[in-house]
Write a protein that binds this ligand. Structure first.
Ligand code: 5GP
Length: 202
């Protein structure tokens, strides 16, 4: 037996309806597992109060986003409630090649594209305890109009149809428990035989 070169990083896709608390769960997860790079997406939507360019998203105009699509710079992209959202290919490849896990917070169409392009990605879907609870969280967030909130709730119902295409389902009743479950999933994935081939010479 001999130790060989470090494996590539794990690509992790996390999807879930807007308002489920993904950002908070992700922040908790990143605190628990420092070897994860959180991919900052590009979007044409306007920043919400408290959001900063290059921190939450790279906020770009429509023309710039379409230029990125044409130049094939995106691993995946989708339109969601009237705006473009997409993942830059370059940064992700660099991190994965360096053995760093990469976490994408993306919606279901983008996740399906990642699945097609990268069969070994692990897909996790996160939901609130109920749709009523989701509605309460969206209204309490107080950042969007009623029309936008109703659009997001309708979207959530559609997104639930995609749950069978995901590898794991996490319910965010309590942030620390949800983050702990995702961390456990990542530990199990790291222990897969195919991800440990570099540790043994058979
Ligand atoms: P929000 O506007 O609430 O920040 O995000 C709306 C939705 O877009 C969320 O479901 C989020 O996961 C998704 N999203 C964020 N970045 C990306 C991305 O790069 N690609 C795709 N396909 N979806 C994204």
């Amino acid at each position: 037996m001999s130790i060989r070169k470090k494996n590539k990083g794990q690509l992790i896709v996390l999807s879930g309806p807007s308002g489920v608390g993904k950002s908070t769960v992700i922040a908790e997860l990143l605190g628990m597992r420092p070897n994860i790079y959180f991919s900052i997406s590009y979007t044409t939507r306007l920043p919400r109060v408290g959001e900063a360019n290059g921190v939450n998203y790279h906020f770009v105009c429509h023309d710039e986003f379409e230029r990125m699509i044409e130049q094939d710079e995106l691993l995946e992209y989708a339109q969601y409630v009237g705006n473009y959202y997409g993942t830059s290919m370059k940064m992700i490849e660099e991190k994965l090649d360096a053995g760093i896990d990469v976490l994408l917070d993306i919606e279901v169409q983008g996740a399906a594209k990642v699945r097609r392009r990268c069969a070994e990605a692990v897909l996790i879907f996160i939901i609130p305890p109920s749709i009523e609870e989701l509605s309460r969280r969206l209204y309490n967030r107080n950042t969007e109009s009623e029309e936008v909130i109703l659009g997001r709730l309708k979207k959530a119902r559609e997104e639930y149809q995609e749950i069978p295409n995901y590898d794991y389902l996490v319910i965010n009743e309590k942030i620390s428990v949800a983050a702990g479950e995702i961390s456990a999933i990542l530990t199990a994935e790291a222990c897969r035989t195919r991800n440990r081939k570099h540790l043994v010479k058979i």
